[in-house]
Design a protein around this ligand. Sequence first.
Ligand code: NAD
Ligand code: TDX
Length: 341
Amino acid sequence: MSEFRPQVMLVTGGAGFIGCNFVRYMLETDPDVKIVNLDALTYAGSLDNLKDLPDASRHTFVQGDICDRALIEKLLREHEVDTIVHFAAESHVDNSIAGPEIFIKTNVLGTFTLLDAARGYWQKEKGWGADQCRFHHISTDEVYGTLGADDPAFSETTPYAPNSPYSASKAGSDHLVRAWFHTYGLPVTTTNCSNNYGPYQHGEKFIPTVIRSCREGKSIPVYGDGSNIRDWLYVRDHCSGIDTVVRGGQLGECYNIGGINEWKNIDICRLICQLMDEHDSSNAPHEKLISFVKDRPGHDWRYAIDAAKMGQELSWSPSETFETGIRKTLKWYLGDHESET
Ligand code: NAD
Ligand code: TDX
């Protein structure tokens, strides 16, 4: 199949962390694409994340809920959307433990609403074939559950085994996307990515929490004994991976995206503390702020991604190493954006 060229993209959740980076990436790298950005502006989304967009005339922001079917249908029709890139979700594991219901509503019902509205518009109303439209779903490696130290990394054929309300809701949404492909022929692709870091991440997540705590001289909360392992990917590399799959991915397929970059939480914490020592030697060593706190219930121990399919089929690889990406991230947080950590 020749490469798909998105013309009018509906980006959901584009005022959140990865979504706003993706909007920027697309406006910078594709001079023709138009973007309709639908975001409910929950506690996690902010219009501040969309300030100073490159070529903002090609970007339209709409505040609204992905569960609002009438609104989705109106946007698809009014803008003649040919591509949906679906980020909008409740994304924080700790919140899903404290209050799971909104995760089911947004992540499961919201994804269903988008899928079915797209089917209605593209297939029934427009009569578009699979080469004329795309639905790309953003998911997570957390759907695969947890790994032991010697287990192989997650591949696209690893069975789903979600352990938190968040990952279970994302797994449910992934299955709906799969079903809309097999049952209705909706042209879908899905990416399952590891932990992202970089500019505009919400302060609730681990890396912004470590940076903020260092800056404020407050204790850095490390869950459990800090031995949990995550694979980390710089957010712009995730954006380039998504763009690559939207344009060239096989319909109905899932692609794992990751940094091949596993770190123990405590080691990330120590690295950021060392970099903060260089930045502010008067408060060194920042490591003295590390505090081990009560563990997250059901805390997955290790995630690791096998991204070979992205490399072999689509020639994608990340541009940043963790060392370069974390320095860029720190520079951003220590620059003009203090209030956004
Ligand atoms: P985020 O929490 O920073 O942003 C989510 C955005 O979605 C916010 O702007 C919020 O306002 C919006 N939103 C929430 N509910 C909505 C609704 N009902 N209707 C419309 N908009 C709504 O999340 P993020 O970290 O940018 O994650 C984006 C996507 O990527 C999610 O689907 C998440 O599961 C996935 N993902 C995230 C990571 C990561 O490390 N952050 C890794 C892999 C996959
Ligand atoms: O204060 C903290 N202390 C701590 O030790 C926080 C917030 C987290 N942690 C630990 C828990 C995890 O092992 O750090 C690790 C990373 O935590 P989060 O930033 O909350 O990310 P995680 O739970 O791994 O999930 C993230 O990556 C996958 C995103 O939030 C998800 O949306 C994505 O799917």
